[in-house]
Write a protein that binds this ligand. Structure first.
Ligand SMILES: Cc1cc2nc3c(=O)[nH]c(=O)nc-3n(C[C@H](O)[C@H](O)[C@H](O)COP(=O)(O)OP(=O)(O)OC[C@H]3O[C@@H](n4cnc5c(N)ncnc54)[C@H](O)[C@@H]3O)c2cc1C
Length: 452
């Protein structure tokens, strides 16, 4: 390819609807996130297939530049009027080391492809979140996580990173030499540069046993800390107006099994929505119907391969807010959120999702320096979530919560600096890596307090 053809490949990108959320059409192109609530008319869509093309785009394409993963963040982290950098071409296995159990992969690789690739190598991710549609760079960029007090978020697996920074410099950060820089930039929000490849520390492949049981709310709150710590991974789902919580427990097993999560949870959400629609103003009846139904559900137990047990099918569109609290605040915050929904926001039908995450040392990680209890609340897409989310956020912030970077919140720079001890250090590194603020959109400017 000559230089002209290369530029054309970069700039005249075929709009993609699926992974990156672009609409077919002429310029300016419209990009929307997964839930459809963030929309941006972008001047340029740069689909880069090599580090040279990426460098060219970073130096010459209209700013602000924002790297795109799979568009699954609810916050406008990717939105810009300038250029979206579509990095999905940086995908696939680059190298692996069976002795160290590491794999180097393109940063745009979607998690569903990554899990397949790793399975072929006999490697596995130590933990996963609810879905596998994100890109690995996007998951790292917002500190995406699963559940387990002994398990870190995805970024804690980072052993090396390749990126092109705001000056077009190619940088390679390797843990043995650059651990501090990996900790500074590993939860990157797309503000330090565009990632092209990462090396992950994986674990040997394993099977999981998933147990699900119902527990009365009072017992769930009372035994909260031991419930969360008794298993490799525990997740609590509290259905509003039910008297019970669903407790999901995952543990490693040597047993064989071929269970794969199905759409059953989706059917449950649809039923809860119907009950909400008919019984919103009859909370007593709603409580009785849901409570009785949940109490009758029998315990479940299944065994399957790691990735098939972690991943669920999330087809109902929603918006979400999730805060990461000091672990010891978890039970109190959960009790407050249940009361909030049941007394003031009867329109909520999605279960409250409660997880735990092990502390780490990454400067922009919401798990920095403290074991965490994460609480997420959801609101059907297409319905206005603002009053409920404002009230829930007040509960979380009063208890020292840090927001999930990819989920809705209203924090800006001063609030963030108050709860992230290394926030200012991270901003200093950002200034060095992107001195001309090429990656700074109006949202990033406000979020991080960057002055031009
Ligand atoms: C249905 C659903 C389920 C979810 N479940 C979970 C869950 O279980 N746990 C959890 O923690 N979160 C969860 N999330 C949130 C989601 O994991 C994060 O928002 C994640 O960042 C989305 O990844 P993405 O690839 O779509 O990234 P995007 O949303 O496209 O981007 C996220 C950030 O990464 C940056 N970025 C992307 N690619 C690059 C790159 N190559 N170089 C530099 N920066 C880059 C972007 O600029 C942006 O700042 C869920 C979201 C949805 C919609």
């Amino acid at each position: 390819m000559d230089e002209r053809q290369q530029k054309e490949t970069m700039m005249l990108h075929d709009p993609i609807k699926t992974q990156s959320g672009f609409e077919v059409g002429g310029r300016p192109q419209v990009w929307r996130n997964w839930s459809g609530t963030v929309e941006a008319k972008v001047e340029r869509m740069a689909c880069c297939a090599s580090e040279e093309q990426l460098r060219d785009a970073i130096l010459n394409a209209p700013a602000p530049l924002r790297p795109l993963g799979s568009g699954h963040s609810f916050t406008p982290l990717v939105a810009t009027s300038g250029t979206i950098l579509d990095l999905s071409a940086f995908s696939g296995l680059i190298d692996y080391d069976p002795a160290q159990c590491t794999a180097t992969i393109g940063a745009g690789t979607q998690l569903c492809n990554l899990t397949e690739m790793l399975a072929g190598l006999g490697q596995a991710l130590p933990n996963m979140g609810d879905i596998d549609k994100q890109s690995i760079a996007g998951a790292l960029g917002t500190a995406t996580h699963g559940s387990g007090l002994g398990l870190g978020a995805y970024h804690t697996q980072l052993r090396s990173m390749r990126l092109v920074d705001g000056c077009g410099r190619k940088r390679e950060l390797v843990a043995s030499r650059d651990q501090e820089m990996i900790e500074a930039t590993g939860v990157g929000l797309g503000i330090f540069g565009a990632l092209t490849a990462v090396t992950l520390q994986n674990v040997p492949s394993y099977n999981l046993r998933r147990k699900r049981t119902m527990l009365p709310i009072a017992a769930t709150l009372e035994g909260f800390e031991s419930l969360m710590s008794a298993h490799r991974s525990t997740e609590i789902f509290v259905v509003p107006f039910a008297k019970h919580a669903l407790i999901q427990m995952l543990d490693k097993t040597e047993e064989a099994g071929d269970y794969a999560t199905t759409a059953e949870d989706e059917d449950g959400i649809a039923t809860l929505k119907t009950l909400r629609n008919y019984l919103k103003w009859f909370p007593g009846l709603r409580r009785t119907l849901i409570g009785n139904a949940m109490a009758k559900l029998s315990d479940e137990e299944h065994v399957g391969e790691w990735m098939k047990i972690y991943v669920t099918d999330r087809r109902s569109k929603f918006n979400e807010i999730e805060y990461h609290l000091p672990f010891e605040e978890g039970a109190g915050a959960l009790a407050e959120i249940i009361k909030l929904i049941e007394t003031r926001f009867p329109q909520i039908y999605f279960p409250i999702e409660v997880r735990s995450v092990k502390k780490d040392d990454f400067w922009l990680s919401p798990f920095y320096g403290r074991d965490t209890c994460s609480i997420a609340v959801h609101h059907g897409a297409g319905e206005d979530p603002s009053a409920f989310f404002r009230a829930a956020e007040a509960v979380f912030r009063r208890r020292g919560g840090r927001p999930h970077w990819g989920k809705l919140h209203t924090m800006t720079a001063a609030d963030i600096a108050a709860v992230y001890p290394r926030f200012h250090d991270a901003m200093e590194v950002r200034r060095e890596m992107d001195p001309d603020n090429r990656f700074v959109s109006p949202y990033i400017e406000k979020l991080l307090g960057i002055s031009r």
